[in-house]
Design a protein around this ligand. Structure first.
Ligand code: ADA
Length: 566
């Protein structure tokens, strides 16, 4: 659960320059460092938060332990003090002074720690970016995206009444008539006056309401509220005042449902087109400046996109805010990449991914841009045991938020045994790149053939009654490598393949969505696996890592903008 959303009126940012020390290959074992180690650290340097320590020139590419420290504001007596971290990787231990408050094992998850009012006014964070499956099993070395270390998303300090709102979520029940449900939960059983204000109008006013951690719901009919759409992303302000506490946030009036093979946005079928996007930049890793996030969204929109898949982890809340404001539909998913039986049998891992899924949904439920919840990209879903994993995750997802469809992306459309368990069938496929025929030069004909095979497989599996998204497809190209032979890695081949992909998609209107792989090049494996990744980057970006367009960009832009105008 995150307390920072809706708390901007009471949040004090802790971003800026923190004290820092590099502890390198310090042995951590299975426990967080004890007080004596924390108190003996000599903070001999400084580091920026939010940022990745392994993008600092002297630690670039290194794995090990880093430690951060800074002071925290003074509190009024009797208040609850919390610190929210929006994203830290890979493993972290949080201390007030030298007292351990929390061990964090879920990279990219937002989490909140409670402070001790009597404790010292400083916070210390130990961060380890080494791969260690017993301490930090969610992110592994074999993933095809670089695992950065550091406090790479914002940190905020909050001072709240001791009994306070823990969540305030607005769910659209219907767009016309406009009806929403406001779900409230507190940290503790608590009673007091309650007011719910939407768009400046007071809708609920009770002199003595009782709220608890298990929650209460209020149904509210609204008048004259514009629905949220990508074309007209109209946001509504809401405010909840309860027993001296205040929560203010935004929501959008919009519904999303699956009906047959269509995805309905506000009751109308929507065709999704856009990109998979990693939070990545060669100099900042995932700690992108917000202006880069904004540019990314504007770039995608300029090329005709209405959709982005936040591959492959919970997103930075500022990116989601921007998607809300600029009108971009989002698929958000918890962290996962090609998990297999080893992970299915690991109860610690299974608990952590379910927690991350639930926390991601609770933290981001008010973002109208999010229309799909996903998890476990390309897990080994051809084995029966994967069904348990997906059933459990789909259950957590639907229980936490029944208002959005659920999915996972498969790469095994013929042999997959789990697709019936989710609402949207999502297929990652690389015809013409990871080609069927490894001997053929420029096997571009595989693209339309693969689309047909996919649809045939779904028909045979009796899945044609679900919406289908081609959730990854693309080809690699090295920026600037132009070649008259137009073969693999040339910008020409990527462009030719992208043209085939768009053609195949346009010719099959029954496919509900297409997410190209990928928006821009991103740093990949930090191991010898990089052999298959020239420069150590996944080069399937249609922009390079600095967002410079490859040849394919204009080809996509011209075809898709023309298509959206048609
Ligand atoms: C998979 C995976 C992506 C990326 C892609 C590729 O489909 O989901 O994260 O690794 O392959 O580039 O090969």
């Amino acid at each position: 659960m995150t307390y920072a959303d809706g708390r901007w009126n009471r949040a004090i940012p802790l971003d800026g320059i923190w004290e820092f020390a590099w502890l390198g290959d310090l042995e951590l074992g299975s426990e967080a460092p004890d007080a004596s180690l924390i108190s003996s650290v000599e903070f001999n340097d400084h580091a920026i938060v939010p940022a990745c320590f392994d993008t600092m020139p002297q630690y670039a590419g290194m794995r090990g332990v880093a430690i951060y420290r800074r002071s925290i504001p003074e509190a009024e007596r009797g208040s609850a003090e919390l610190i929210n971290f929006d994203g830290v990787g890979i493993w972290a231990a949080i201390y007030q002074g030298t007292r351990l408050l929390h061990v964090h094992r879920k990279p990219y998850s937002s989490f909140t720690v409670a402070l001790d009012a009597e404790g010292p006014r400083s916070i210390t964070v130990v961060v380890d970016n080494r791969f260690e499956t017993s301490r930090s099993p969610l992110q592994e070395n074999y993933f095809d995206f670089y695992a950065y270390g550091g406090i790479f998303r914002p940190v905020v300090y909050l001072q709240l009444p001791p009994q306070h709102l823990a969540r305030a979520t607005v769910v659209t029940e219907s767009v016309d008539p406009a009806v929403v449900r406001v779900d409230l939960a507190t940290n503790d059983v608590c009673s007091g006056p309650l007011t719910i204000v939407i768009g400046g109008e007071t809708h609920i006013s009770e002199t003595q309401a009782e709220l608890s951690p298990s929650g209460a719901s209020y149904r509210i009919e609204l008048d004259g509220v514009e629905p949220w759409t990508p074309e007209s992303p109209s946001l509504q302000e809401f405010r909840v005042e309860f027993a001296g506490d205040l929560w203010s946030d935004r929501f959008g009036l919009r519904t999303v449902r699956c009906k047959g093979d269509a995805i309905l946005l506000n009751g109308e079928p929507v065709t999704l087109f856009g990109w998979n996007r990693h939070e990545g930049h060669p100099q900042f890793g995932p700690a992108l400046p917000p202006v880069q996030m904004e540019q990314d969204i504007r770039l995608m929109k300029s090329a005709g996109a209405n959709f982005v898949r936040g591959s492959h982890y919970p997103q930075d809340r500022r990116f989601l805010d921007l998607c809300d404001a600029l009108g971009m539909l989002v698929w958000e998913e918890s962290l996962g990449w090609q998990q297999n039986q080893r992970h299915f049998d690991d109860s610690d891992y299974q608990t952590l991914i379910r927690e991350q899924q639930k926390e991601m949904i609770q933290a981001h439920a008010n973002h109208p841009s999010i229309i799909i919840w996903g998890f476990q990209n390309e897990l080994n879903s051809e084995v029966e045991s994967a069904r348990n994993v997906i059933t459990a995750l789909a259950h957590v997802t639907r229980e936490t938020d029944p208002s959005r469809p659920v999915t996972f992306a498969t790469r095994l459309f013929w042999s997959d045994v789990c697709l019936d368990l989710v609402d949207v069938v999502c297929i990652n496929t690389y015809p013409g790149w990871y080609a069927d025929d490894q001997e053929e030069y420029r096997p571009l004909h595989e693209v339309s053939e693969r689309f047909d095979q996919m649809l045939k497989a779904l028909e045979q599996k009796r899945l044609s009654n679900k919406p289908v998204i081609v959730s990854e497809i693309g080809a690699g190209a090295i920026y600037g490598f132009r070649d008259p032979h137009r073969g693999h890695w040339s910008e020409e081949y990527q462009r030719d393949e992208l043209i085939e992909i768009l053609k195949a998609f346009n010719e099959r209107p029954g496919i509900a969505g297409l997410a190209l792989w990928q928006f821009c090049d991103v740093r990949s494996y930090g191991s010898a696996r990089a052999m298959t990744r020239p420069r150590g980057f996944n080069n399937k970006g249609i922009l390079d890592e600095y967002r410079r367009p490859k040849l394919a960009w204009d080809a996509v832009r011209m075809r898709r903008s023309a298509n959206s105008e048609a």
